[in-house]
Design a protein around this ligand. Sequence first.
Ligand SMILES: O=C(O)c1ccccc1NCC(=O)[C@H](O)[C@H](O)COP(=O)(O)O
Length: 207
Amino acid sequence: MQRTRIKFCGFTRQADIDMAVALGVDALGFVMWPKSSRSVDIEQLAGLSAKVPAFVSRVGLFVDPSAEWVEACLPHLDLLQFHGDETPEFCAGFDRPWIKALRMRDTIDLAFEAERYAQSQALLLDAYRPGTPGGTGESFDWSRIPATLAKPVILAGGLTPENVSQAVHQVRPYAVDVSGGIEASRGCKDASRMASFVRQVALADAR
Ligand SMILES: O=C(O)c1ccccc1NCC(=O)[C@H](O)[C@H](O)COP(=O)(O)O
């Protein structure tokens, strides 16, 4: 039996980070794509990430960034998460482990993508909405995920305290990733929904 890792994404407030850490969340995501209403600037990233304790990963989210922007954020991050059309060579060009987010459009070939992004630590599978690179709050048909894939799967897209237990039971992903499903409003987390999400994952793991 393997514990399902949990990543909460889109932090903008210290109190929300403190709560997530207290709940035992494994990874905290910071949106470093300025077009997102959940994004933080580099000063905010530095301040928030400095208070994250040991053994909790600080993950930076990027959408087709310049190499200079990634390099500028690097001192405050443990892991990089790419949501755009970045090539494997670009993703691997920094001194950090990385994961590739893939949106589940109808034509996607996951076996091919797993081979293409073989150097990634994992593939994050998210819903596809044209023109929106992530954080849609929408889910996709989990039965489209092959039972075996060459890379660990991070399941994302529209997860909530209400559906995550079923998701974990059905997909058995390496990790789950959530943003909108634990929010009170955009960029602001809801403490009781965070707690409920973590509880539901633990219950699914014990099932
Ligand atoms: O949250 C954003 O605004 C965002 C913008 C651009 C790329 C990625 C973004 N968020 C990614 C995530 O929060 C998660 O990795 C994932 O997409 C799940 O989001 P949600 O469906 O809201 O749980």
